[in-house]
Design a protein around this ligand. Structure first.
Ligand code: HEC
Ligand code: HEC
Ligand code: HEC
Ligand code: HEC
Ligand code: HEC
Ligand code: HEC
Length: 387
């Protein structure tokens, strides 16, 4: 069955425009979740009847879902090429903040110190959600979330997103109606509330005891010009399954216990290796994110289209270095942390071809040598300037 949400493939050359259009269409053509629970039969089929299934899974009746499992149900809409809201493509074309689960499906020959190395391990590139219909399987090495106890055999889209979009328990817990998405900074009319950012799970959903992260964005792409602006609660939210990583004191700081302080000044002055002449007003790069301490929704909305770097009090979060879904690099990092020169990142141009991925898709269309030069060292230097 066609869900009727298809839209033409958009070349990434006009991705920014597409983001604006997507926002403009919120509430009309694209709307499905509208920040909360969508119409039930978008995901459920009451009688499991054959005409309500696009593929034949005679045995499936888990919660009367359309797909054989929760994630496959989501991916029937979100796993199709050419959709702004896609999160699993056939060629790495989704340049969204969360990242493309495509990178979990690919192997290529790595380059070792003296010639070809082993095949890369695709399980290291992201959260291995289980989606039978799309060939996505459990992580072969991590049986639980590192620094936590979430079983990898239960990892689904709905481990992190509430499929019903409820905010802190929903109607049953006395919440007001959800009128708008929680992702775009829209103001809900009086007597209503906005949904959670990206329908993320929050207090009252499964094992979450925290609010959803404060964040605002526009559309589904991420560029330096239009990008999410993160506020409070991101690291604590990840900490639901990785508690030992948050404000731990023994791991890299991530969370509101540490301020950037002089690292904010570094961030703002650091343009690239060999160039420390930057200015706060133009310092932002979406490759190195941070959280804005105490930011209101209006502050975040303004920051989405701002190229300003951080303030003294802002702080590092998990998404400074990681993406939430998947990335082209081991440990879901935003840039390759395993090579000394960024230009030598793997997958490189040849490896992308070997995978059938779009050129430059590992860095969301950025041409690293053009933007940073051939000798750019790790982007850890944006805050630490050790190059
Ligand atoms: C975006 C997809 C989606 C929509 C829309 C949706 N559901 Fe669900 N629903 C799910 C998924 C996925 C599960 C299984 C969750 C799990 O396995 O943890 C589920 C589970 C359920 C359950 C089992 C109990 C529970 O909470 O786990 C009920 C009941 C339910 N849904 C009812 C509804 C009703 C009623 C609507 C419409 C008002 C609806 N759903 C809309 C995806 C959806
Ligand atoms: C019938 C098609 C369909 C299904 C099934 C579906 N989605 Fe969506 N989803 C959409 C569309 C269309 C949008 C963009 C419009 C919107 O936000 O409502 C979207 C948007 C989203 C967003 C961004 C919403 C926001 O407000 O920022 C998230 C997160 C999301 N979907 C997660 C899921 C998850 C998780 C599932 C499975 C439980 C799922 N979707 C199932 C069609 C679908
Ligand atoms: C480990 C938790 C986690 C899992 C698992 C997960 N998501 Fe997400 N998702 C997030 C977070 C966090 C964001 C917000 C990312 C940001 O803005 O940086 C997000 C963002 C999104 C978006 C907005 C576009 C983007 O990529 O930023 C969509 C759509 C979405 N998720 C759908 C899905 C679907 C469908 C699945 C399963 C195939 C899934 N997610 C699995 C945590 C998760
Ligand atoms: C609902 C539980 C859950 C949440 C929430 C969650 N994770 Fe995970 N995470 C897991 C599990 C389970 C694994 C191990 C399985 C795997 O690697 O796919 C994992 C693995 C990882 C890995 C290692 C991945 C690899 O391939 O080596 C990183 C990095 C990570 N998570 C970061 C994050 C960040 C950042 C957030 C917040 C945006 C987050 N996680 C939120 C459950 C979660
Ligand atoms: C400064 C950058 C940075 C920050 C901030 C950061 N990480 Fe990491 N993370 C890394 C790197 C690099 C690795 C690769 C392994 C290593 O160096 O320890 C990694 C590895 C991981 C792994 C995989 C560990 C394993 O045993 O496979 C998980 C899980 C993880 N990080 C979760 C998180 C969470 C959750 C947060 C936020 C609370 C976070 N990270 C903050 C850079 C960072
Ligand atoms: C957004 C800014 C930012 C980025 C990017 C960043 N860090 Fe940090 N880092 C900090 C802050 C803030 C601290 C805590 C203050 C301090 O100890 O210097 C810190 C602390 C550290 C420390 C401990 C320093 C000490 O004196 O004990 C190390 C080591 C470190 N970071 C390494 C890294 C590496 C490696 C990366 C890249 C994978 C990285 N950082 C990326 C901001 C950042």
């Amino acid at each position: 069955m066609e869900m009727g949400f298809n839209r033409p493939t958009i070349a990434h050359g006009i991705a920014v425009l597409a983001g604006v259009l997507t926002l403009g269409l919120a509430g009309t053509a694209l709307a499905f979740h509208n920040g909360g629970v969508a119409h039930c039969d978008g995901c459920h089929t009451m009688h499991n009847s054959p005409e309500n299934q696009t593929m034949n899974y005679p045995d499936h009746n888990i919660h009367l879902l359309r797909g054989p499992d929760p994630s496959s149900t989501c991916l029937r809409c979100h796993g199709v090429d050419g959709r702004s809201y896609g999160v699993l493509s056939s060629n790495g074309q989704n340049w969204s903040p969360g990242g493309d689960f495509f990178w979990l499906t690919q192997t290529y020959t790595t380059i070792g110190h003296s010639g070809p190395g082993p095949q890369n391990d695709p399980d290291n590139k992201g959260h291995n959600i289980i989606a039978e219909e799309f060939g996505l399987t459990e992580d072969a090495t991590n049986t639980q979330s590192p620094g936590g106890t979430y079983d990898s055999s239960d990892l689904q889209c709905v481990s992190c997103h509430n499929p019903h979009g409820q905010v802190n328990g929903g109607t049953e817990a006395g919440q007001m109606p959800i009128s708008v998405s929680g992702s775009y900074g829209e103001d809900p009319p009086p007597g209503t509330i906005a949904g959670n950012y990206r329908l993320l799970g929050s207090d009252g959903y499964e094992n979450f005891t925290v609010n959803a992260p404060m964040a605002v964005t526009q559309g589904f792409d991420e560029t330096d010009a239009i990008h999410p602006a993160y506020g409070e609660g991101v690291a604590q939210w990840c900490g639901t399954c990785h508690e030992e990583y948050v404000n731990s004191g023994v791991k890299h700081p991530a969370g509101n216990a540490t301020s950037l302080e002089e690292h904010a000044e570094n961030y703002n002055k650091y343009v690239k290796t060999g160039d420390f002449t930057g200015d706060q007003s133009t310092a932002f790069t979406a490759l190195v994110q941070f959280a804005r301490r105490g930011a209101s929704k209006a502050d975040l909305l303004a920051a989405v289209t701002s190229s300003a770097g951080p303030e003294f009090d802002d702080y590092p979060i998990c998404l400074t270095c990681h993406r939430a879904h998947a990335s082209a690099f081991d440990n879901i990092t935003r840039w390759d942390t395993k090579e000394e020169f960024l230009a030598e990142s793997q997958p490189n141009a040849d490896q992308l071809i070997e995978m059938g991925a779009l050129p430059n898709s590992a860095y969301y269309g950025r041409v690293i040598t053009t933007e940073f030069g051939e000798y750019q060292r790790s982007l850890c230097n944006k805050c630490h300037v050790q190059d």
